[in-house]
Design a protein around this ligand. Sequence first.
Ligand SMILES: [Zn+2]
Length: 280
Amino acid sequence: MITDCHIHIQPLEMFKPHALELIKKKRANFDQIAEFSRSPKAFLKHLDAAGIDRAALINYVAPDVIGFTNGVNQFISDYVKEDPKRLLSCGSLHPRHTTNIESDVEQLLRLNIRMIKIHPPHQLLYPNDYLNGVKELEIIYRAAEANGIPVMFHTGTSVFPGARNKYGDPIYVDDVAVDFPKLRILLAHGGRPLWMHTAFFLVRRHPNVYLDISGIPPKTLLKYFPRLEEIASKTLFGTDWPGPGVPEIAQNLAEFRALPISEASQQTILSGTALEIWPE
Ligand SMILES: [Zn+2]
């Protein structure tokens, strides 16, 4: 049971023109991406061909930088109905784009969202801003913690126009891990390419912090994380497809498989860790 914990299936019509341009420019097969965002059936076939059993489908609310509103939650909740065992919905909220955070959180729970994404460089906030008066963040984390819903943070840089990269430093997740000890936290991209040491430290330091290797070219993964096998039981395979510069899913998987790490560690990263987080 191989899980890709980080694939972007998003409502393309919400993208701001400059963000969509960047994706179109970097991908030859944009029509295919558009088809997959409309048709879960077509996308499931693509996953079959790539050898992927399950995929977490990442969405987040970032009206200012990318264009996504919290309409993404209804979108992804409808999308995964095609096969909820294989398609895991990831939704989001934005503390500054909500009129009633409690009712928005309730909607996420009603939609049976399987993960919440916070994207600091695109949402223009620090993960620990609840310590600076952004109470909405605390409400989101509390609800996720109480309902066993993991929270994924984008860590590392972003090349999208308008992204602010100071927010990508994973060190600000340290407070969240301390203050919400039962909350499962995924560090997307392991702080790539500036903060891998911080990400590695946080994964080892906190029982509730996990590493999502998506967006890191598999060929450079061991250069970035030479001690990856030590944290295999807390590491998840992911691709970040179809993000700018990310190779095709099947190629990504093949390159990961070719890495000189033990078969047991590979199995854990491809399958075991994700099964612990989402047993079904
Ligand atoms: Zn991503």
